[in-house]
Design a protein around this ligand. Structure first.
Ligand code: GLU
Ligand code: MG
Length: 460
C-alpha cells in the first residue's frame, strides 16, 4: 500500500469519448471552450479555443509556460530552481468534466502535462487525483463538500453603501432577490448541486454550499461555481469578492471543507463505539487532520490576507483542536443524527478562498490518511470556545493557536515534511515561492491597503 509520502504515480486524464462529447456540446450551441487551472496563489487562469478545437484542447493540450504555477496575486512571477522561464507545459481540458454555460460558452477544468503527454508534477488537480487514488487503494470512499462565502460589491469594486444588513437576514436575502433567483438558475444549469443559499454574517455576504461528491469533482465544482457566481453578479451590475477579507474590519470569507469517509458503504465517522460514534479509523483520520494543521495551515489559509480572517471570534477556526459542533475550533465534528441525514463528517473551518481548492482538499485528505496509517490517537475534545481555555488546560489538551501571520504560516510550511509528502516537492516549492513573494512585497501593508488591492484577486 502506498503511503501519502511515497513517490508519485500520477494518473492520466480519463479516456473520454471526446468526439461524442464535443458533438453534444456543439449541438447545444457551444462556441468557445474555456479551460482553466487554479494556480498556487489560488487564482484561476484560463485559455479558450473555438469549439472546433475542443478535441485538440483535450488530446494535445494548449501551451502554457511553467511559470503559470508561480504567478502571484499581483502577477509577479516567483521563479524557483524548479520553475524557470524555460520550458513549456500543455494544459489539457478534461472534457468529461465540461459544463455548458450560456452565451455559447462551455467551461472545463484543465490539467497540466508536459509535451510528451506525461503528467506535470506541479499540477494541483493531478495531485488531488493522486491523493484520492491513495484513499481508494485503502478501500476508502471519500466525499468532500464545499461552502463558498462571497461578498457582492458595486461594479466599480468599492463596498456597497452600508445598509442595515442582518446576518442570515431574510430581508438581506430578498433585498437581492433577482440576483439570488438568477444565481439558482445558473448554478442549476451548470449542474452544480446547491445544498443551501443564504445571506451570511458580513455585510453583503452570501453563501452557497454544494452537495458532497468525490474530491476532484468537488474541487472542480468550486472552480466552476466561482465563475458562475461572478458571471451572474456582473449581469446584475455587481462584482463578487472571494477575498479572505473583502472589507477591512469586517468578517472574512471562508471556504469550509467537509470530509466524510466510508469503506464498502460503512461510514468511518458514525455507527461505532468511539467518540460520537466514530470508528477507530475515523478517529485516527480526525486526529491526523488536527495534528497536521499547525504546519499545513499555509495551504489552507496562506495568503497575505488570510491572517486578518483567521482570528478568534470569527468562526474561522483559529485553533488546532476539534469539537462536536464547535464553531471556533478549526475542526468541527458533525455527527450523524436525524437532523444530519447526509451522515457524519469532519468540517475544516480554517480554509479560505485564497487556498487552491484542489490543494486544500488534497491536504485535508492526505492528513486524514496519514492519521489512519499511523493510528494517531484522538486528542481531547474541545467542548467550549478554545480562546477561553486557560493556558494550562490548552497545553494539556494540545490546543494551539494556528499561525497568526502569513510569515509564520509559511515558515511552518517550509519545514513540513508531512505536507511535502502529501503535495510533492514541486507543488510545495512553488507554493512557498508565491507566498514568500506576498510576504516580501506586501507584509507591511495595512489591512485597508490589502483589501483594496486584492479584493477581486480570487474572482472569476
Ligand atoms: N465567515 C466565516 C469564515 O470566515 C464563517 C461563518 C460560518 O461559520 O458560516 O470562515
Ligand atoms: Mg458560512
Amino acid at each position: 500500500m502506498t503511503s501519502p509520502t511515497s513517490p508519485p504515480v500520477l494518473p492520466v486524464l480519463p479516456a473520454a469519448d471526446v468526439d461524442a462529447i464535443v458533438d453534444t456540446l456543439s449541438g447545444a450551441g457551444a462556441r468557445l471552450l474555456v479551460g482553466s487551472v487554479i494556480d498556487m496563489a489560488g487564482v484561476a487562469r484560463a485559455k479558450s479555443v473555438p469549439i472546433e478545437r475542443a478535441a485538440t484542447f483535450h488530446r494535445a493540450g494548449m501551451g502554457a509556460s511553467p511559470t503559470w504555477n508561480v504567478f502571484c496575486i499581483d502577477n509577479a512571477v516567483a521563479v524557483t530552481d524548479r520553475v524557470t522561464v524555460v520550458g513549456d507545459m500543455r494544459l489539457r481540458a478534461d472534457l468529461e468534466a465540461a459544463r455548458p454555460l450560456d452565451a455559447g460558452y462551455v467551461w472545463a477544468p484543465t490539467e497540466m502535462f508536459d509535451q510528451q503527454g506525461d503528467p506535470w508534477p506541479g499540477c494541483a488537480r493531478g495531485r488531488l487525483r493522486r491523493v484520492q487514488a491513495q484513499a481508494e487503494e485503502r478501500g476508502l470512499d471519500v466525499l468532500v463538500g464545499n461552502e463558498l462565502e462571497f461578498v457582492i460589491t458595486g461594479l466599480v469594486g468599492t463596498p456597497l453603501p452600508r445598509e442595515h444588513w442582518q446576518a442570515y437576514g431574510l430581508g438581506a436575502m430578498f433585498a437581492h432577490e433577482a440576483f439570488i433567483a438568477d444565481l439558482e438558475i445558473a448554478l442549476n444549469a451548470a449542474r452544480l448541486p446547491i445544498e443551501q443559499l443564504h445571506a451570511e454574517y458580513a455585510d453583503y455576504q452570501f453563501e452557497v454550499s454544494l452537495a458532497p461528491t468525490t474530491p476532484v469533482q468537488a474541487a472542480d465544482q468550486v472552480h466552476l461555481a466561482r465563475l458562475v457566481i461572478g458571471r451572474v453578479a456582473r449581469r446584475h451590475g455587481l462584482l463578487v469578492s472571494f477575498s479572505p477579507l473583502p472589507v477591512a474590519g469586517g468578517a472574512g470569507n471562508g471556504a469550509h471543507l467537509h470530509l466524510s469517509l466510508s469503506r464498502a458503504g460503512v461510514p468511518l465517522l458514525s455507527g461505532a463505539d468511539g467518540a460520537h460514534g466514530m470508528t477507530a479509523e475515523g478517529a485516527a483520520a480526525l486526529a491526523g487532520i488536527v495534528a497536521g494543521l499547525p504546519e499545513s495551515v499555509g495551504v489552507f489559509a496562506g495568503s497575505v490576507l488570510s491572517e486578518y480572517r483567521l482570528l478568534p471570534g470569527h468562526w474561522s477556526g483559529a485553533f488546532a483542536c476539534w469539537g462536536l459542533e464547535n464553531r471556533e475550533s478549526a475542526v468541527r465534528f458533525c455527527a450523524a443524527t436525524p437532523g444530519n441525514p447526509k451522515g457524519a463528517n469532519i468540517e475544516l473551518k480554517c480554509v479560505d478562498p485564497s487556498g487552491n481548492p484542489y490543494l486544500t482538499a488534497a491536504t485535508m485528505l492526505g492528513l486524514a490518511l496519514h492519521g489512519i496509517d499511523e493510528h494517531l490517537p484522538l486528542p481531547d475534545e474541545t467542548t467550549s470556545d478554545p480562546v477561553r481555555l486557560s493556558a494550562d488546560v490548552a497545553a494539556a489538551a494540545g490546543v494551539v493557536r494556528l499561525a497568526d501571520t502569513q510569515a509564520a504560516a509559511v515558515d511552518l510550511l517550509r519545514g513540513s515534511a508531512l505536507t511535502e509528502g502529501i503535495l510533492g516537492p514541486d507543488i510545495l516549492s512553488a507554493l512557498l515561492a508565491v507566498r514568500t513573494h506576498e510576504i516580501d512585497t506586501y507584509g507591511r501593508h495595512s489591512a485597508e491597503e490589502l483589501t483594496e488591492r486584492f479584493r477581486f484577486a480570487w474572482s472569476s
